[in-house]
Design a protein. Sequence first.
Length: 329
Amino acid sequence: MAPHRQLKKLFTAGLLLTGALANPLKRRTDDDEDDDTPLPLVIWHGLGDSYAADGLRGVGELAEAVNPGTLVYYVRMADDASGDQSATFFGNLTDHIAKACADIAAHPILSTAPAIDALGFSQGGQFLRAYVQRCNNPPVRSLVTFGSQHNGITAFRECGTTDWICRGAMALLKGGTWSTFVQSRLVPAQYFRDPAQYDKYLESSNFLADINNERPIKNYNYNKNIAKLENLALYMFEDDTTAIPKESAWFEEVNGTEIIPLRARRLYSEDWIGLRELDRKGGLKFKTIPGEHMKLTDKILNETFAEFFGPLKLKKADKGPTRLGDGDL
Ligand SMILES: *[C@@H]1O[C@H](CO)[C@@H](O)[C@H](O)[C@H]1NC(C)=O
Ligand SMILES: *[C@@H]1O[C@H](CO)[C@@H](O)[C@H](O)[C@H]1NC(C)=O
Ligand SMILES: *[C@@H]1O[C@H](CO)[C@@H](O)[C@H](O)[C@H]1NC(C)=O
């Protein structure tokens, strides 16, 4: 009898503890109603970049200037910049997303925030979306992506002649895009998606086919978590020749010469990942910016940070009916 009782006591204590740990966000939300502190901002950089790059730090500084007091966290796959840069090309994205989830959930400040905002550059955009779908702890309020490949790429980008990491990574392709060897090692192969090889993609894609819920068995959490966002802002660069096709930034499918808009796709009509529900509540924003891939001005970044990031309270106050609907498309 005694051991059983003891076990029960332990179990109860365990439950209480879990409850307390699971709920600090909830309890803090009330206090935060009158709090001007901006939500922390998590940034995930793109291919060939590192968390320590000057350009990226400059973006973080702008975010802090626009919303003073913003804590900026830069996602990294290694603590040294060169290791992190190399991980933009090499590795298994299942492990990368899991590491980002674990690091964010263990961060002393991020983990106690009522929510966070997220900013993804290029491939970092689809990776942060995977964070929302798979983990979302702490939950993301607004996710902004610039030139991301949400519907994958149909061609691999060219490497610069002296870009040895890129050249080394692309040499892996000799193994064939769909081989397990390549799918577990070459990052861009894990979001390669050619409608002409759709069956191979469905069978072998280690990342995108799963995160876009394209397989017959759907993950309902993916759908639920995206629908919970306040905003998903998708920026496409009008003259993007680096991310092919550029329309992937808007979840559009380019099949030959035909461009199929998101709202005409089954991904949307059957709401595989919550985009339709998000759209209906006014949270899905399609935006264009002139210029080539990732040619961003401070002006555009400032406007973006003012519109989507900042304190919890302000966003509630300025959320009027004029901001809802399809006006952005
Ligand atoms: C990637 O990693 C996950 C988890 O570690 C593993 O289950 C999966 O098989 C790996 N993918 C490939 C293509 O090897
Ligand atoms: C792409 O277009 C081809 C030819 O029209 C068609 O057979 C194929 O099913 C399309 N693929 C997808 C994924 O829609
Ligand atoms: C961006 O915002 C910061 C902070 O408000 C300001 O100092 C800077 O001049 C702005 N830059 C542009 C180009 O608007």
